[in-house]
Design a protein around this ligand. Structure first.
Ligand code: GLN
Length: 341
């Protein structure tokens, strides 16, 4: 017992020294050059990979450059690492669902989410109507469209503008800069979102949406059209990795005790019906969007994001999944992984 305690305290002293000397990151046991190398390796390995196709059910998404490929990682002590194009914006799409859920959890508490749309995976596609019908809009989650549009309807504000303002300012605080809507994407999706309108009507009929379901759908469509680059998404993920405080700006966006329930829903449902496969490979709570972005959270270590528009059959970016898996595994990002000393 004694020996363990002693060697434990010796390790702590060495760790404290390394942290003070700036050679190790708080929480992440990797040297800066190893992080850079992990990103560059993944970029080089996958930059010529041509699998998958842009989403085209929203016409504007089909026009996005499929070659766009950017990787960004931000540690919980606020250091940014990048590879490729981390400046070009795509629409955030379903990744927005995480941050609207965060707004609702912060203001109304985790029970409001659990008792309304639920916190269980549906095993169905993200815009499944069968999933709504199965349990009359319960027993689902805020990462699929019925639950997400319902979460949007729960955002507080006196009128539509105030509710929208609450959403965009939350996303901006997570990203650490003022985000704006890509109007062409919004127009394109607003003209073609009849299925989401139908889903919202059903969620209203079953009593989950209390206000105007078409207003909720329209605000949801707007939130999906917010423009983000890979660095923005990495900052949003890093804020969750850092217990709700943006590690770059130092702004507390949500309370630390609101973060675990968000990560739990991301872990069970963040990559649509491939969420199990993803968790099996990485252990990371993550969220993808049909714009081609994926962000992932290694709690207490880092947030990472990749943008690459071509998607696989499940709707997840092909290169983003591969790059995040390689980088996180190289850096010991899997929260389930522990090696006995
Ligand atoms: N706005 C898109 C939709 O509702 C988002 C879907 C997604 O990214 N999976 O269809």
């Amino acid at each position: 017992m004694n020996r363990v305690t002693k060697s434990g305290s010796f390790v702590s002293i060495v760790l404290a020294f390394l942290l003070a000397a700036g050679t190790l990151h708080a929480g992440l046991d990797a040297e800066p050059q190893d992080i850079e190398k992990a990103l560059q390796n993944a970029f080089d390995t996958y930059k010529d990979l041509q699998q998958g196709a842009n989403a085209d059910y929203i016409p504007a998404l089909a026009k996005v450059d499929p070659n766009l490929f950017g990787i960004a990682l931000i540690t919980v002590d606020g250091r940014l690492y990048t590879a490729g194009d981390v400046k070009s914006e795509v629409s955030i799409q379903s990744i927005s669902k995480v941050f609207t859920m965060a707004r609702v959890i912060q203001d109304s508490g985790p029970a409001a989410i659990e008792s309304n749309m639920g916190v269980d995976a549906t095993g169905q596609v993200f815009n499944s109507i069968v999933a709504v019908e199965q349990y009359q809009g319960s027993e689902m989650n805020a990462m699929v469209n019925p639950g997400a549009i319902t979460a949007t309807s729960m955002v507080q504000g006196e009128n539509r503008d105030a509710r929208w303002g609450n959403i965009i300012s939350t996303y901006s605080a997570f990203a650490g800069r003022e985000l704006t809507v890509l109007e062409d994407v919004y127009q394109s999706e607003a003209a073609t979102n009849q299925r989401n309108q139908a889903i919202a009507m059903l969620m209203y009929a079953y009593g989950h949406i209390k206000g105007d379901p078409l207003e909720a759908t329209d605000i949801y469509t707007r939130q999906c059209s917010v423009g983000v680059n890979a660095t923005d998404l990495a900052a949003m993920a890093a804020t969750l990795a850092n217990g709700g405080t943006n590690p770059v700006t130092g702004t507390k966006v949500i309370d630390a005790d609101r973060v675990p329930p968000i990560l739990a829903v991301m872990a069970t449902a963040g990559l649509y019906d491939d969420s199990g496969k993803w968790l099996y490979a990485t252990g990371l709570p993550a969220k993808s969007g049909v714009g081609g972005g994926i962000l992932a959270v290694s709690p207490g270590k880092f947030g990472i994001a990749v943008i690459s528009p071509p998607l696989d059959a499940a709707g997840n970016s092909v290169r983003a999944q591969k790059a995040i898996t390689d980088i996180s595994n190289a850096l010991g990002g899997n929260p389930y992984a522990y090696r006995p000393q």
